[in-house]
Design a protein. Sequence first.
Length: 121
Amino acid sequence: MTSEQKPRSFNTPGYRAGDWIIISGQTGRIGEQLVPGGFEAECRQALDNVAAIVERHGLPRTAIAKMNIYLADMADRDALNLIYVDFFGGHLPARTTVGVNQLSRNARVEIEGWAFAGTAP
């Protein structure tokens, strides 16, 4: 298999399972390249990528109920918190933040999540 024949990714960006949209881990990439500007730029782009997946399923970002965030450096946690609040405003999904040794393609942050597509009880 040549490099041109290899698939770009082995996951589905967003998968509907019943009333849930499960969002695969997103990094701060546009296409194949990480955005320039360091952690803050990557984090904002990763969140934008998550929101775009949710919107492709016809949902607003307020449908996001749970986020799992992986940081290559836990020293970025304070910056993450500011970006997270700015991005979500008054709607803050449940969140887990984990420090990891390394992320794909040397990203500094990866974000996955769950969005609810059903009706509220």
